[in-house]
Write a protein that binds this ligand. Sequence first.
Ligand code: FES
Length: 148
Amino acid sequence: MNPELRDLYQDVILSHSKRPHNFGKLEDATQTSHGYNPLCGDNIRVFVKRVGDRLESVTFEGTGCAISTASASIMTDMMRGLTVAEAETLVEEFKSLVTAGTVADSFEDSDASALAGVHEYPVRIKCATLAWNAIAAAIHGKNETTTE
Ligand code: FES
């Protein structure tokens, strides 16, 4: 990756981690799930308001490193308005992004592509996937803690 692109990606991650989007408890959530990283103790709770088959609102709260907070912020932006099936596909595509650096069409021109470099740092993959595994559990109605 060229240095300019790396700097740009760092700016995107820092911006989301300093001012996370959709941060806070969703009072009328229909589903919620908790992501916990046992390696560092960081945790994130994801809230989903599902109307029919669609995710009408998605928020999160909790504490985490810059990567986990930025990833959660980006996740909440991207999930709003998706159907459950679309959300499930996006979670799988995101995992390929951060484990193999594979940028699916959904992530072209999206802030999520800033996290593609995470695959070069295996210990940070769990940081990036924390909120995404939590929303996968939430949309399946599992109100539990996921440590994946
Ligand atoms: Fe804890 Fe990243 S160091 S989630």
